[in-house]
Design a protein around this ligand. Sequence first.
Ligand code: F6R
Length: 614
Amino acid sequence: MCGIIGYVGPRVAREVVVDGLRRMEYRGYDSAGVAVLDGGAIEFRKKAGKIANLDAELAISPLPDTGLGIGHTRWATHGGPTDDNAHPHVSANERVALIHNGIIENFASLRSELVAEGVVFRSQTDTEVAAQLLGREVSAGADLAEAMRTVCRRLEGAFTLVAIDADNAGRLVAARRNSPLVVGVGDGENFVASDVAAFIEFTRHAIELGQDEVVDVTADAITITDFFGEPAPSHPFEVTWDLSAAEKGGYDWFMRKEIYEQPKAVADTLLGRYAADGSLKLDELHIPASELRSIDKIIVVACGSAYYAGLVAKYAIEHWTRIACEVEIASEFRYRDPIIDGSTLVVTISQSGETADTLMAIRHAREQRAKVIAICNTNGATIPRESDAVIYTHAGPEIGVASTKGFLTQVAACYLLGLYLAQVRGTMFDDEIHAVMTELAATPPLIQQVLDGLGPIKELAARFVGTKSVLFLGRHVGYPVALEGALKLKEIAYLHAEGFPAGELKHGPIALVEGGVPIFVVVPPQGRDQLHDKVVSNIQEVRARGALTIVLAEAGDAEVEPYADVLFRLPKVSTLLQPLVATVPLQMFACELATLKGYDVDQPRNLAKSVTVE
Ligand code: F6R
């Protein structure tokens, strides 16, 4: 939530900053702003709304070409999405401009202290207290980095801060606690940003900034300390993708592009993680096999789509490993008193690696000696750094706010983990593991086959432009697929949508069924799955009550034909792997419907990509 960028070097900072903001707009789009330093004075422009509004403002009232600048795109927390509440915030004495991602929890008491000193606030944000405190410190003579450390020691909550000082040409200072920040290392120029996408055009060399650290950046030097001024170790890494991955490449939406990237994303996630004999090779899992053998419980913790990937994982992990596996929403997990000890394995799933609730859940688990394995898509993010081990999904950057390839690769990584645990613990024979792994490795072309057959989806979506409510049914792993299909519709088509386990229908939800209600049904594979016939009965039950049934069933399943108003064929895969193919038409349906309704698919209202605040 909120994208921030800072630049120092020979380029025109304003251009670098605004272009970087454009690539991070998925992090928040309530307002945007930029500040530069010009001959000892801070100049800034900021506007409510999307970056296009800032562009228009800059066209009317340009900023000078200078080599130091900061910029921000906001997801509002404290104070509405207005021009005044937009960042950067400039201190009353006009010494510093500051941008912030996160929530300063003790801002009210700090604000009272400053008001008592006569400071006049210009916004309703929590951020402005940090700007005013910093302004006060530097005008009292503190060095900018020292002032930042002093201020950070007083702040509670989550924050990434970046500041420039009117008296410090060619220098910016940033700090982080519980919110992301990476440093981009250039040649005679440097960057700081929430996400490497902001500077990938200029450098792939990056440094993760650790928890409670301050970085002092000039064009030629990067100095990292903790909040007390002690030198902190640097954690450099290389970004493995390039600018084209962060651009739409001819598609109308990032989401559509990302849906089409799924065969490659899943293939890349599986690549190098199994041998020719089908045995699993998770070299990155630096947890000794003896410890993995002593685990007596697994808890998967995640939010949103990642939580649904965790629900899929439960079916696979319990079936393959015979270890009890719970799945819990991270924001619930951390505020109850879960039973965890040294023999619990906590698996966290997070595309961004920065989700605040998931991060707090990890800390909660590790405090109680649980081992934590993260499944994550973002190199250098906080969640993998704070976990005992990480399995990276290699989906490339996911920029559409609604997760698609992120979800599918999380599911694939969960299968890898489940099979690996089965291998280590000897709960499956080698030939069984080989058979599943071979089938899993063969799924990318099947996902492609689903994509190639999606033509009629647009036509189908056109029938539902005026629809108020859509239901999704599934059983077993089809249930999380139903939940994911419903979430996509809510997020981007602003449509009431619910996913139910089909077996629960008669316990309440069937009362929602009336003439013409569209119901998507994910049908388990025929013949090989005991639930197939039960789901076919469920289809008949809702159809008898007037529902319009849109059925996803595997090729050759003739039993569903009489009861399907619309039928989508899925490639044949075994039940546990079906989410990899069954989710795709539901993603595309949401994308098409939102497009037809004229909504911004990549930047749906009220949402932001990385939920870095509670
Ligand atoms: C749904 C979606 C969200 C995320 C959730 C977790 O389309 O994108 O529900 O799945 O916010 O995000 P990560 O995976 O980054 O922790």
